[in-house]
Write a protein of this length. Structure first.
Length: 161
């Protein structure tokens, strides 16, 4: 088994990431333009990474972070590489980035019928906080909204001036 390397996503990665996105999420894949727009906000409010094995992209993930809140935008892992810890490595990188950006909580939406992803998020301490009915189109699948609190600010008065 060769080594999997995580690195920052670049514009040169977009065609390969979009091909993988189209295979993984055929009904609601982001366009290459949408991915490009997301990447254009890196590093200001975005953090996108790819997972490579032998110089081939086998996974990718993205985080949006601003104002003390972070949102997992996407995580995708090639089907034949699932179960090898790649999704967990990508999510770990996103969570680490949320901490570096001093986010208080991380949110995400996951398809209600994606039990594998839901289990991964639960292992990372995410809990369900809501449902977005028929969020994923055209399949009319609900999105489960999940959150993990990273830290809380003190409540009340502070001694700082």
């Amino acid at each position: 088994m060769s080594e999997v390397v995580l690195r920052a996503m670049t514009g040169a990665d977009l065609p390969a990431v979009h091909r993988l996105e189209s295979v993984l999420f055929p009904e609601d894949a982001w366009s290459e333009g949408m991915l490009r727009d997301e990447l254009a906000e890196q590093p200001r409010t975005r953090h996108y990474v790819v997972a490579e094995e032998q110089k081939e992209i086998i996974g990718y993930a993205g985080l949006a972070a601003a104002g003390g809140q972070a949102d997992v935008q996407t995580i995708g892992v090639r089907a034949d590489r699932r179960g090898a810890g790649i999704g967990a490595a990508l999510l770990t990188e996103l969570m680490d980035e949320a901490v570096r950006r001093e986010s208080e909580a991380v949110f995400l939406e996951v398809r209600a019928d994606n039990t594998g992803a839901r289990r991964l998020y639960e292992r990372f301490g995410f809990g369900q906080v809501g449902i977005r009915k028929r969020y994923y189109q055209p399949s009319n699948v609900d999105a489960i909204v999940m959150r993990r609190v990273l830290r809380r600010r003190p409540v009340g008065f502070s001694r700082e001036t």
